[in-house]
Design a protein around this ligand. Structure first.
Ligand code: SAH
Length: 267
């Protein structure tokens, strides 16, 4: 790894959430940083290359798809020695399954300044694409962001069956190839096999987004038929499809008989 003293470092590394795919879903702050970036490293397996086009033509742009962690951090350190603004573009929000800590520790060691700009997570974009809400009064007021164990094992007590016992909204990242296990865990946790479940692939990607609605029983076969096996979010929630229900509990905030800080109740 590159050895640096504080005064050698001129630049700052920004870990910027690129959003879920649509280049317009980056934040204004992320966009401004790209516009002034001397170097941009983007995760090409998940971040649309179109997002890098906000950077000037003279910017050094590199795809990290084939790089190891050490190659990534060495690249960031080297670029921060040459440029004031270096952007590491991460999919969605950098704080979710983004290997952030692994990347910032070597920067700290090299005394390189860094900061994070949050992004729109693919979980949010998936709900938005399908016109769904994660929370509904008196039905579910909690959202669990999780994944199935893959090559990364799950910590004790965080297996889906235990989490699903809460019957809240659950967003499953990195788990689309494990749908059979998802089905099993939900049913074992007491969910009805006929309960609705949603899969969104490439949420917000222009012309590439796919939305599949099914039940816990049917979703695996549906996704197989649609050849969905990557970049997809699985959402299980008691609130799915609520926009079609004749009656729902309304939020107190807009209830005419409810007084709050900004409005008095009607008599
Ligand atoms: N930090 C990212 C998640 C990275 S992990 C975020 O906040 O969204 C990668 C996983 O995110 C994928 O396996 C998939 O489950 C999900 N994902 C990323 N982009 C997606 C998209 N556009 N649509 C649906 N799921 C997506």
């Amino acid at each position: 790894m590159t050895e640096l003293k504080q005064q050698d470092s001129v630049g700052k590394v920004w870990f910027v959430g690129a959003g879920p795919g649509d280049p317009e879903l980056i934040t204004v702050k992320g966009l401004r940083l790209l516009e002034q970036a001397g170097a941009v490293l983007y995760a090409g397996s998940l971040v649309s290359q179109a997002t890098t086009l906000y950077a000037p033509k003279s910017t050094v742009v590199c795809d990290s798809k084939g790089m190891t962690l050490e190659e990534i951090t060495d690249w960031l350190i080297t670029q921060a020695q040459q440029h004031k603004t270096v952007v590491r573009l991460q999919t969605g929000d950098p704080g979710l399954y983004g290997a952030l800590v692994e990347m910032v520790q070597p920067l700290d060691q090299a005394k390189i300044d860094w900061a994070v700009v949050p992004g729109v997570s693919s979980a949010m974009a998936s709900a938005a694409a399908a016109g769904e809400t994660f929370t509904l009064p008196e039905l579910t007021q909690t959202v669990i962001f999780t994944r199935m164990a893959g090559r990364t094992p799950m910590p004790e007590g965080e297996d889906l069956e235990s989490l699903a016992a809460h019957k809240t909204t659950i967003c499953l990242f990195l788990s689309i190839t494990l749908l059979a296990d998802v089905q099993k865990a939900l049913v074992n946790a007491g969910w009805d096999g006929d309960a609705p479940i949603l899969v969104v692939q490439k949420a917000s990607w222009p012309d590439e987004e796919k939305i599949v609605r099914g039940t816990i029983k049917t979703i695996h076969d549906q996704c197989r038929a649609e050849k969905i096996n990557s970049q997809a979010m699985i959402i299980a929630s008691p609130a799915l499809g609520a926009r079609y229900w004749p009656e729902i509990r309304h939020s107190k905030l807009y209830d005419a008989s409810f007084t709050h800080r900004f409005r008095k109740a009607n008599k």
